[in-house]
Design a protein around this ligand. Structure first.
Ligand SMILES: Cc1ncc(C[n+]2csc(CCOP(=O)(O)OP(=O)(O)O)c2C)c(N)n1
Ligand SMILES: [Mg+2]
Length: 454
């Protein structure tokens, strides 16, 4: 597949085939469900009433599949990394990476990273998309479209993008409740995340999970209980080893979770059985309103696997995250067992949308990080300085991503919640007993399978 097909295709969630005189867009199965669904064009009166009740701030607009797709396509076709229009002067460049710190290792990842202009465009687009997704989620939350919990990832994007860059199809990922950007990176759809946040059926789990419970193929959430994903992730590693599928479990947790006993139990069994797991501690400096230094006797999280080797990584640098992950994959696949990566980062918003995030840290501290260490600004500066992309292209990507997310939001606005008949849907992957306990013990519900699976 040529690079112009892949970038635009991924961005649109489909594939663009450029034929001599026409461009054909083939939507991917999971791309904006609401556009595909006829109910937004011919809603039942009941659906309309429901939609009004649910206080969407936008006017419900009838979506015309062709018009919407064409508009999206028009907006995005301009950012195809055609070497012709990107006019970048370099096809690749090498960058220094902030030195890694090592624990129980003689040699770490290379301190230089090479980047191609295609990857530069792609990472930049993904970083932008993750940031825009969260900014949009914040606005929707303020508009009361998203209710309940909402933990944003802004500031931490370099980790998701850097790790994803080297993730293989056989690998699995599990993380905490700070999972929106991860869900997007794995599933590749913005609608799947935003509609999920708003409880709509185009959500990646049909609106039943919300902010903390998003899933995808080989993506095990989205976990609300702090640290609970660490033993589960270790279990996933056991499954990879048991099945011999060559996969690695990427188990992510915050530095707050790093003080929990269950993590040390997971470390123990992972090392004892040499399980294929990469533990990634996303050290964003705070757990709720408590700084790492106030909560941890030792803040060198990369050393805290004790008998497990560890690496400290600059988590604001996509390339450092990518290279460290590449090294960790080599380590684990050579049968040496687990490894710990501490990726040092920062979160811009409060712990969740209900925390202003200014009582336990100063506004000045946040501003300083935004100004001097922002992962997107740093990456942009890098790729521009080495002429991997042109300033015009960067601008185009920024604008296209913003427009794209706006368009997805409008389409999500036309979507509805699932009906009550789905109350007993998809509880099991393989259903053995179809009777599901309902509110009345004498009236069980019947299990149904709704979501399509590969
Ligand atoms: C077992 C458990 N204890 C406490 C909480 C409340 N709680 C929610 S988030 C959080 C802080 C976790 O911080 P960290 O692991 O650093 O993750 P971050 O939010 O910074 O991504 C706490 C204590 C919880 N959800 N589960
Ligand atoms: Mg934290």
């Amino acid at each position: 597949m040529s690079s112009n097909v892949s970038l635009t295709g991924r961005l649109l969630g489909g594939t663009v085939l450029s034929l001599p005189r026409q461009t054909l867009w083939l939507p991917r199965r999971d791309f904006p469900f609401s556009i595909m669904r006829t109910n937004s064009r011919h809603p039942h009166p009941k659906q309309l009433k429901q939609a009004k009740k649910r206080s969407w701030r936008w006017s419900a607009r009838n979506s015309n599949l062709l018009k919407v797709c064409n508009r999206l396509h028009g907006a995005l076709v301009s950012i195809i990394p055609k070497t012709m229009s990107n006019a970048s002067q370099s096809t690749d460049a090498t960058f220094d990476v902030k030195p890694y710190k090592l624990h129980n290792l003689d040699k770490g990842p290379a301190d230089k990273a090479t980047l191609t202009s295609d990857d530069a465009l792609n990472y930049f687009k993904e970083l932008q998309m993750c940031r825009r997704l969260e900014t949009t989620a914040a606005n929707l939350y303020k508009g009361k479209v998203i209710r309940g919990f909402c933990h944003l990832y802004s500031g931490q994007e370099a980790i998701a993008v850097g790790v994803k860059a080297v993730l293989r199809p056989q690998d699995s990922v599990i993380t905490s409740y700070r999972c929106h950007a991860w869900t997007y990176m794995i599933n590749g759809t913005v609608l799947g995340v935003l509609a999920e946040l708003a409880g709509r059926k185009s959500g990646c789990v049909r609106g039943k999970g919300g902010s903390m419970h998003m899933y995808g193929k080989k993506f095990y959430g989205g976990n609300g209980i702090v640290g609970s994903q660490t033993p589960i992730g270790t279990g996933l590693a056991f499954a990879h080893k048991y099945r011999g599928d060559g996969g690695i479990s990427f188990t992510l947790y915050g530095e707050g979770a790093a003080n929990q006993g269950q993590l040390f139990e997971a470390f123990n069994i992972a090392k004892l059985w040499l399980l294929p797991v990469i533990f990634i501690c996303e050290n964003n400096k705070y757990g709720l309103g408590t700084s790492a230094a106030r909560a941890s006797a030792c803040t060198d999280y990369y050393t805290r696997g004790h008998y497990i080797p560890g690496i400290w990584v600059d988590g604001m640098d996509v390339l450092a995250c990518r290279e460290a992950t590449r090294y960790a994959i080599d380590w684990v696949t050579s049968g040496k067992g687990p490894i710990v990566l501490e990726m040092e980062t920062y979160r811009y918003y409060g712990h969740s949308m209900s925390d202003p995030g200014t009582t336990y840290r100063t506004r000045d501290e946040v501003q300083q990080v935004r100004k001097t260490r922002d992962p997107i600004a740093l990456f942009k500066e890098k790729i521009l300085s080495k002429k991997l992309v042109t300033p015009e292209k960067v601008k185009e990507i920024e604008t296209s991503v913003r427009k794209y997310v706006e368009e997805v939001v409008k389409n999500a606005a036309n979507d509805t919640e699932i009906g009550s008949e789905e109350l007993s849907g998809d509880i099991y992957v393989e259903c053995i007993d179809p009777n599901i306990r309902g509110v009345r013990p004498d009236k069980p519900l019947t299990h149904i399978s709704v979501a399509k699976r590969d």
